[in-house]
Design a protein around this ligand. Structure first.
Ligand code: KG4
Length: 332
């Protein structure tokens, strides 16, 4: 039985290649968090195929909703709101969670809340007991995004900088693809880099003198390719070690630059690349007294619906409601 004062939100996520459903209590407590990863369906194509993704979301979503409600021990009638990612993402994929949420909203007579996926990622720490003080710095690092935010409150995100070309996770994936290591590249590269016998930094620093909050990842990817053409017998572990050090160094440098220039005390790192253990180590090494680095646990770093249900809560409490005619969008 749910307490009468509890607010229960159902969150749905289908923006890329994870289908997910979750029930969260009072925007803080995860009662269930079920995720179906489509990675196995896309692996042979070395990337996400939009048509395959949307079809698989459609096939899975109803069962995931039932499982999420069942694991939470609640029914549709107990829900106070339903939230779904509506932007950014693959449009065909986004439609599955948002249409499902709208159908639930309509039939249960509860509010529908359309969620910005990137803001949801930055909400993940609130589901693990963190309460970062505003303003905090948000570093969102995934396969599709590399963005640095100043966060002044719910819905109050200012973009300080973003990548001018590839996203950092995309660079991990492309380097792994070039070296034929497998897909997705991030976890494979992290594991292989740990085995490098010689730890030489073979590539120059990315954007060394820039005072701006820009990121760029196509140059380092090209540097790896050029190096491998010049030294075809080079040890892959040593090459990916050097790549990873440079790729992550830029993230760490920019995040602390923003923290100190904006007088903030906390950095929240989110998105698939935040699962990287070496990034966690480097952030910790750069941290000074009084500065907090918040990295959600790996299951909340990659795409999930708990963060969607979670960020839906403050919007619900503020009285925000989205119409059932609200559209999905590939961009924020
Ligand atoms: O946030 P996410 O699950 O999904 C989207 O981007 O939609 O992030 C996936 C990305 C992929 O590019 C993957 O290679 C990267 O995150 N990634 C990692 C690690 N785990 C996942 N990158 C570096 N190290 C990791 N351990």
């Amino acid at each position: 039985m749910q307490r009468a004062d509890a607010i229960l939100g159902l969150g749905l996520e289908s923006s890329c290649d994870e289908t997910a459903a979750s029930v969260v209590r009072n925007g803080r407590e995860i009662l269930s968090n079920v995720i179906y990863s489509q990675i196995g369906l896309h692996r042979e194509y070395w990337g996400v195929v939009p048509e395959i993704a949307s079809r698989a979301h459609l096939e899975k979503i109803n069962r995931l909703v039932d499982t999420a409600l069942g694991e939470a021990g609640v029914g549709f009638k107990d829900l106070d709101y339903v939230a779904a990612t509506s932007r950014p993402g693959l449009v065909g994929s986004l439609l599955i969670a948002s249409q499902s949420a709208k159908a639930i909203s309509f039939s249960c007579g509860i509010p529908y809340i359309a969620v910005n996926h990137l803001e949801a990622h930055l909400y993940a720490p609130f589901l693990e007991g963190w309460n970062p003080e505003y303003p905090y710095i948000g570093l969102l690092v995934s396969g599709g995004n590399t963005v640095l935010y100043r966060v002044d409150g719910v819905g109050a995100l200012t973009v300080l900088g973003r990548t001018v070309d590839d996203a950092v996770g995309e660079a991990f994936d492309k380097v792994a693809k070039f070296l034929e290591l497998g897909y997705p590249g991030g976890p494979i590269i992290e594991k292989l880099a740990r085995t490098a016998a010689h730890r030489n930094i073979l590539f120059p620093k990315i954007l060394p003198d820039s005072g701006e909050y820009r990121f760029s990842y196509s140059g380092i990817k090209t540097a790896v390719i050029t190096y491998m053409k010049e030294y075809p017998a080079a040890d892959h572990a040593e090459v990916v070690y050097a790549f990873q050090e440079r790729a992550l160094e830029l993230l760490v440098r920019r995040a602390f630059q923003a923290l100190r220039e904006h007088g903030a005390t906390a950095i929240v790192v989110a998105g698939g690349v935040a699962a990287n253990g070496r990034l966690r180590e480097m952030m910790e090494e750069s941290r000074r007294n009084g500065e907090t680095v918040i990295l959600p646990s790996p299951v909340l770093c990659t795409d999930n619906a708990a963060m969607v249900a979670g960020i839906g809560y403050p919007y619900f409490m503020r009285g925000n409601r989205d119409p059932l005619s609200a559209e999905v969008s590939a961009r924020v």
